[in-house]
Ligand binder design. Structure first.
Ligand code: ADP
Ligand code: MG
Length: 317
């Protein structure tokens, strides 16, 4: 018998909830949640559309993983602790193998971060996935984009440009790339641990989805400051550097996007603290530049300012 919408939800998307603040999960018209005293609820939504955010025929398990990972990345960028998610799925057809793999990938990362799926919507149409993530942060401690001050240092977690190189490989524009880079594109790890540690240290924070230059620009605009970053300091893998040299695109890693790393600013007085806490993170944490009182973002290559074309992906331009 064909799978109905309700048996689909039952079979693939109803799991017992673990968070104590959830009194009612999947099954009624709404979920019911209680947020502890002194905490603020941080809410974010991301949509992945076939052939815009991912290629048709992508591994459904990786897709399930990534669709939650990118939403948790937004919570990380606010310093919020992940708690709940809702999932809106639009599917062209009910394909059980696809659904099983998708939900396996989705719940793999959900369980890792102790996130409960508490509701959603299921509709028919061109493949698209929307995840709304809910996290909590002590009142007043969220990491905003608007707090960067002149003299603050700029840092980035992890490596940038890996996912961009993997996309070139998946599109057939380069012959191959390493598995580590394909993993960074298909199953990115949200920097939740870093986001929580940054609550009391960072003056501003953003996650890098559209490319470091574009996303750092959002911090600069919101904070009404400028910045200088140095190309030589950027955490870029050898193979990405090789691609940049070959194609004469020194700014590739800065604009490639899909990194899901955190870019943040800290007052100079917190440098030793950040060096200490970041020791515990299983990814690098790299100083790349400084906030200044100019009104622009300058990129230095051997002391000389260079122009970088393209400022991130924009859907309507
Ligand atoms: P309603 O008609 O009230 O909008 P639905 O029939 O859409 O409710 O959904 C029934 C229940 O299943 C609701 O609790 C809803 O949150 C949940 N739900 C629907 N789709 C999903 C999904 N893809 N993942 C998780 N929960 C879902
Ligand atoms: Mg209803």
């Amino acid at each position: 018998m064909a799978l109905s919408e309700f048996s689909l939800i039952d079979r693939y998307f109803s799991r017992s909830v673990k968070q104590t603040g959830c009194q009612l999960g999947v099954g009624d018209d709404c979920a019911l949640l209680t947020v502890e005293q002194g905490m603020q609820l941080a809410v974010s939504m991301d949509t992945l559309v076939e052939n815009v955010h991912f290629l048709a025929g992508v591994d459904p398990r990786a897709l399930g993983y990534k669709s939650l990972a990118v939403s948790l990345s937004d919570l990380a960028a606010m310093g919020a602790e992940p708690r709940y998610v809702t999932l809106a799925l639009t599917l062209p057809e009910l394909e059980e193998n696809w659904l099983r793999s998708f939900s396996d990938g989705f719940f793999q990362i959900a369980e890792h971060y102790h996130v409960d799926l508490i509701g959603g919507d299921t509709t028919r149409g061109p493949l698209s996935i929307t995840v709304q993530a809910h996290g909590v942060v002590p009142r007043g401690q969220a990491l905003l984009r608007c707090g960067a001050q002149v003299g603050d240092l700029i840092y980035v977690t992890g490596m940038i440009g890996d996912a961009g190189l993997a996309l070139k490989s998946q599109l057939g524009e380069i012959q191959s790339c390493a598995q580590i880079q394909l993993d960074r594109l298909n199953t990115p790890e949200p920097r939740v641990q870093a986001g929580l540690a940054l609550r009391k240290l960072a003056s501003a924070c953003i996650d890098i989805s559209d490319g470091l230059l574009a996303d750092l620009s959002h911090i600069l605009k919101a904070s009404q400051v400028g910045a200088v970053i140095e190309l030589a300091k950027l955490p870029v893998a050898e193979s990405v550097l090789g691609y940049q040299r070959q194609t004469r695109q020194p700014g590739f890693a800065l604009t490639a996007g899909d990194d899901y790393e955190l870019c943040f600013t800290i007052p100079a007085s917190h440098v030793t603290d950040i060096e200490a806490v970041s020791q515990a993170w299983p990814y690098p944490c790299t100083w790349i530049g400084r906030i200044d009182d100019s009104s622009e973002l300058s990129v230095l290559n051997d002391g000389e300012q260079i122009e970088i074309a393209s400022n991130g992906y924009q859907h309507f331009s």
